[in-house]
Design a protein around this ligand. Structure first.
Ligand code: 5GP
Length: 177
């Protein structure tokens, strides 16, 4: 038997996402920018974030990485989808679901800077889980900070399940497929 303990409700998430969207638009002023989501975990956050923005001229793109097996990072980051837009000399905001060890984000930052030469890169994460951080990554926009739970919902999975929960929580007890 398992239970899902709620950490952040739909309403709390919606309020925070709107604040992040407003802050990003304010900081970008009238400059053009591209928002890039790292799939799959960020897909719901990303779609709510872009729909909370007033501007209609933002460009979007997707990358995809894999590093997790079950509940722990394998430490090896595999890039399974690269950008399709040309972001050279553009301002880019990379959107991530959660930063845990920080290895995925630092790998992505390094790769995108080298391979795609953007003018500037900023990072927006829904959840910051600092307890197991292994690299020094600077995040410009953070939704919430979480304790060392394996969180699910609002796009985040456990064994590819639970992504469609409208809130963010964590599993307790034993989950069997
Ligand atoms: P990091 O490389 O920072 O250790 O991990 C980043 C990736 O691991 C995230 O993009 C996410 O896919 C996954 N991840 C890390 N912590 C959690 C968690 O608590 N829940 C879920 N569902 N995924 C996590």
């Amino acid at each position: 038997m398992f239970e899902i303990k709620k950490l952040f409700s739909e309403e709390q998430i919606a309020r925070r996402v709107k604040e992040l969207a407003n802050q990003i638009e304010k900081d970008m002023d009238n400059e053009e920018f591209v928002l890039v989501a790292n799939l799959k975990g960020s897909f719901i956050f990303f779609s709510d974030l872009i729909r909370s923005m007033e501007r209609q001229d933002i460009e979007i793109d997707f990358v995809s990485t894999e590093s997790y097996e079950g509940e722990s990072s394998s430490g090896v980051i595999k890039m399974t989808r690269d950008l399709s837009l040309d972001i050279r000399d553009k301002k880019v905001i990379l959107v991530e679901d959660i930063v845990d060890t920080g290895l995925t984000l630092s790998h992505l930052i390094h790769y995108i800077k080298e391979a795609h030469q953007p003018k500037e890169m900023r990072f927006c994460v829904l959840l910051d889980k600092p307890s197991k951080r292994k690299t020094d990554v600077k995040m410009d926009y953070v939704g919430f900070t979480v304790e060392d739970y394996f969180v699910i919902g609002y796009g985040l999975d456990y064994q590819e399940k639970f992504r469609n929960l409208p809130y963010i929580g964590f599993l307790t007890g034993e989950y069997k497929e």
